[in-house]
Design a protein around this ligand. Structure first.
Ligand SMILES: Cc1ncc(COP(=O)(O)OP(=O)(O)O)c(N)n1
Ligand SMILES: Cc1ncsc1CCOP(=O)(O)O
Ligand SMILES: [Mg+2]
Length: 207
């Protein structure tokens, strides 16, 4: 049986040359529901090369492959879906482009944005940041009450993001988060990314 809450892995901001091997080892270490390719400074051509290299590694392991920021590129490259923020284009148009694929939408700490995302047909809503993070400058701070309210009121899955680690994640799982999205907890784990996935899986199971 799959756990109620699952790990959502996001790539590090810059990919080292050995990243395909690191990714395979991380995904082989435990349960990962999806991988988001998030390369904020890369041109479309570099993103395409990364998709070509990494998507087969994820999909061979039954891990959905989502692209950050660009619904049209995600659809044209055959990704399983896209994650869009509030400034990442028109969500309704993206919903049409991603017909049959996953659309996730950033909702910061806003009930209103989350309900709007639901109306547009988002497959999940993402809330954060829950904790201080070194990965992104964040202007919004979310709390567990928001997650609890959302999971009580709506069927659409929620993703929690922002500074989440094996040590601090239990309240998010208990509040009903369907997915925990992490960068640093896996890629910066002192014992390597595979250990990071194992630690997150164990913490989710114990919550
Ligand atoms: C799962 C998930 N949640 C939130 C974000 C943040 O998206 P966005 O606000 O567009 O910021 P950038 O990631 O584009 O810097 C995300 N990527 N994934
Ligand atoms: C992309 C993003 N959006 C809000 S916080 C964040 C960064 C998450 O990374 P980490 O898990 O290292 O805090
Ligand atoms: Mg974005």
């Amino acid at each position: 049986m799959e756990p109620d809450c699952r790990l959502y892995l996001i790539t590090p901001p810059v990919l080292p040359p050995e990243f395909p091997d690191l990714l395979a080892a991380a995904l082989d270490a435990g349960d990962v529901a999806c991988l988001q390719l998030r390369l904020k400074d890369a041109l479309p051509d570099a993103i395409k090369r990364a998709v070509d290299a990494l998507m087969p590694i994820a999909q061979a392991r039954n891990v959905a492959f989502l692209l950050n920021d660009d619904a049209a590129l995600a659809a044209s490259l055959g990704c399983d879906g896209a994650h869009l923020g509030q400034g990442d284009g028109d969500h309704e148009a993206a919903r049409k482009l991603l017909d049959g694929r996953t659309l996730g939408i950033t909702c910061h700490a806003s009930r209103h944005l989350a309900m709007q995302a639901g109306e547009v047909g988002a497959d999940y809503v993402a809330f954060g940041a829950f904790f201080p993070t070194l990965t992104k400058e964040t202007a919004h701070s979310a709390d567990v009450e928001l997650l609890a309210w959302w999971s009580e009121m709506f069927e659409i899955p929620s993703v929690a993001i922002g500074g989440i680690t094996a040590v601090n994640c239990a309240p998010l799982v208990q509040a009903g988060a369907d997915f925990l999205a992490v960068v640093g907890a896996v890629w910066s784990h002192p014992d390597g990314p595979a250990a990071g996935v194992r630690a997150m899986n164990a913490a989710i199971a114990a919550a």
